[in-house]
Write a protein of this length. Sequence first.
Length: 184
Amino acid sequence: MTAPNSSIASVRIAAAAADRLKATDIVAYDVTVPIAITDVMVVVTASNERQVLAVAKEIEKDLYIKDGQREPRAREGLDEAQWVLLDFGDFVVHVMYEQAREFYALDRLWRDCPTVDLQLPQGESASGESASDRLIPGESTQGESTRDAEHIVEHIEPVRRQDTAVAVATPTMTTMPVTTESGE
């Protein structure tokens, strides 16, 4: 059994959003066989806490705008910004700070699962822009209206205060030593 095309299409939207904000090591695993409650696990790396939050917000925004107003069922990790988990039901997105990704090593949990082809641009995208020309947090993409983007931001902020437990088996998060960019 493989992940349905609808899940794969949604995961590709999420991956493209993460890639546009320069997230790295974007991998999606088809977990339909070992995990009965979801189809795909997406793991994304961000280089700092601000990027973790920006990537998570961009993924939510793009899925809302481009995938029939899809919203996550649950979010976790927004306060710490080390590991943000977005549960969309048929797929789960893990946006992880690079130190957290190394520490928790989620990829080893699903290493025997097939990966999903995310169809991300290699080097240059289909539009001809290079990786250095991609958007940075706060810029808007072509085709989306300012009104839609403002709705997403207004919608995400109140929900952050209403985080709920995630109905997906994930490793227990423990405290890990983290150094800040200032060395403290």
